[in-house]
Write a protein of this length. Structure first.
Length: 153
């Protein structure tokens, strides 16, 4: 039952809007915060050197404070900020889809937990599913001898 909710497109839209509203609220209050994110959904521009990116775990915490907080903004359903990484403070612009944010944290306390796990289906796979569905439906229809009266001869 829970899976039906957390994988629902409408639930994902609600969570995304909640994440956006909370981040905007924190910006307005000038409140530093952390975000726990799925690292596979994050992009870095320029890309981070391999020795730095290898250190990230599947769920990574970024803390937005100081310069990083000052550069942060929401653009096209993504949180974007500039940060320095590694001993040499390698600069990169970090882009995080709002639904890739799993938690928003202030003072070690989660203010928001994102449970949405909705994934958009690719156009190719949905076309295959539709064609396969039509073929399967027709095969089921034809397998019943009673349905032969509905076919043109």
């Amino acid at each position: 039952m829970l899976d039906n909710l957390i994988e629902n497109k409408d639930f994902a839209k609600i969570m995304q809007k909640n994440i956006e509203n909370l981040i905007i609220f924190l910006f307005e209050k000038d409140q530093n915060f952390g975000i726990l994110c799925r690292i596979e959904e994050i992009t870095f521009e320029p890309p981070l050197p391999d020795d730095i990116s290898a250190e990230f775990r599947p769920m990574t915490l970024f803390f937005l404070a100081g310069y990083t907080f000052d550069t942060a903004s929401i653009e096209d359903d993504k949180l974007v900020f500039e940060a320095g990484f590694g001993a040499d403070n390698f600069g990169s612009i970090v882009t995080v889809p709002l639904l890739g944010i799993m938690q928003i944290i202030v003072d070690e306390t989660p203010l928001l937990i994102n449970l949405a796990s909705y994934k958009k289906k690719s156009v190719k796979s949905s076309k295959k599913a539709n064609n396969g569905g039509v073929e399967n439906s027709m095969a089921s229809f034809l397998s019943n001898p009673e349905n032969s009266k509905f076919l043109k001869k």
